[in-house]
Design a protein around this ligand. Structure first.
Ligand SMILES: *Cc1c(COP(=O)(O)O)cnc(C)c1O
Length: 354
């Protein structure tokens, strides 16, 4: 088997998605599967769709193109604000895009006229996390402009919390989104079809038993793929946390001092805390590094192999039980940061299981 590689258990991803879909359905909340962490691999997208996610979304047009080329015909939304320069591409491959800038919506309208299609617009609101979003006071003005544009169909509103500042979805900010949906319907006499409350960080709030108001959709990536909620990085009850396993091969295994010798400066990755002196230890080097994954975001499945350090293409392990030799394989569980980097790395072979 080739190393490094990431093994992807499609069945576990499908089961995770199905459980989340079923838990949210009684609240009237549909799930849109987010494929950006896995570069839009059609096999993973199909697993999400089989599990009952009602649509898919991605932040990058390249991944959406991968989904379409892979035969996925379900609705796909672009969840990162489109670049002005890609408007033509967006209307051809995405049914809906998430928007915050009227200049972009105007360009999408021109592109949709050119391609003779109708493009759906979801307007994103800024509710505290300070990433993308229209300030609530400005939504009326942008909506007035949007409704005038040919080949553009207003589909709904949404927000994204937690990703930049860790702002937690709660009754207050979600209540605000619901209220905005109600006011739009009242003042514009139209139906706000989609009210997309957020990402995996919204699950705790959505499943807490509190009133979920007008929220009828969540966009879930990390929770489906890794079975964890991002706010406290806790496993979600009943879901698998091991759908992805990263493998690397040992290229050196030697007894060495635990403490470096010589004058200490910065490394290519900044300052590193100098290890304490524990005398001689057995250290093993795995052929994996920052170009393959996030070395701070992986844990060896064996608890006897803590990571001591890393560089572009080396990860150094403390081989506590002297269990490794050159040629041994070591398996790791990735967190979200390690997962996205491994999936995007050309050096890591992707192996689909089941
Ligand atoms: C990445 C992203 C998501 C999915 O986030 P997860 O934490 O992986 O569930 C949802 N919405 C937007 C706008 C995103 O950028």
């Amino acid at each position: 088997m080739r190393s490094p590689r990431i093994e992807i258990n499609i069945t576990k991803i499908e089961e995770n998605a199905r459980i989340l879909v079923n838990r949210l359905a009684p609240k009237g909340i549909t799930v849109t599967g987010v494929t950006k962490a896995v570069l839009g691999y059609p096999l993973i997208a199909e697993a999400m769709l089989k599990a009952g996610t009602e649509s898919l979304c991605d932040s990058r047009m390249v991944n959406i193109k991968t989904l379409r080329d892979g035969g996925i015909t379900s609705p796909i939304s672009l969840i990162r604000s489109p670049m002005l320069s890609e408007a033509d591409y967006v209307v051809q491959y995405a049914k809906i895009s998430f928007n915050t800038e009227i200049s972009v919506i105007r360009k999408l309208s021109i592109a949709a006229q050119r391609h003779n299609c109708i493009h759906g617009i979801l307007l994103m609101l800024e509710l505290g996390d300070l990433r993308e979003g229209i300030l609530p006071d400005d939504i009326e003005g942008i909506l007035i402009e949007t409704l005038k544009l040919p080949n553009i169909l207003f589909r709904g509103i949404g927000t994204n919390l937690a990703c930049r500042s860790g702002v937690t979805p709660n009754s207050e900010n979600m209540g605000r989104l619901s209220n905005i949906a109600d006011s739009i319907e009242k003042y514009f006499k139209l139906n706000v079809e989609i009210v997309s409350g957020g990402n995996s960080a919204n699950l705790e709030w959505a499943l807490s038993g509190r009133d979920t108001g007008r929220i009828n959709n969540l966009r879930l990536g990390e929770s489906i793929l890794l079975g964890r909620e991002p706010l406290h990085s806790q496993p979600i009850d009943g879901l698998s946390q091991d759908a992805f396993t990263l493998f690397g091969e040992v290229i050196e295994s030697k007894t060495k001092p635990s403490h470096p010798s010589g004058e200490i400066g910065e490394t290519s990755f900044g300052l590193v805390a100098t290890a304490s002196d524990r005398g001689l230890i057995r250290q093993s080097i795995v052929a994996l590094g920052h170009q393959d994954t996030d070395p701070t975001g992986i844990i060896a499945l064996s608890s006897k192999l803590p990571i001591l350090g890393s560089s572009s293409d080396h990860i150094i392990l403390d081989d506590i039980e002297n269990s490794l030799s050159t040629g041994s394989e070591v398996s790791f569980n990735p967190n979200y940061s390690a997962l996205i980097r491994s999936m995007a790395s050309p050096f890591v072979t992707k192996i689909f299981k089941n």
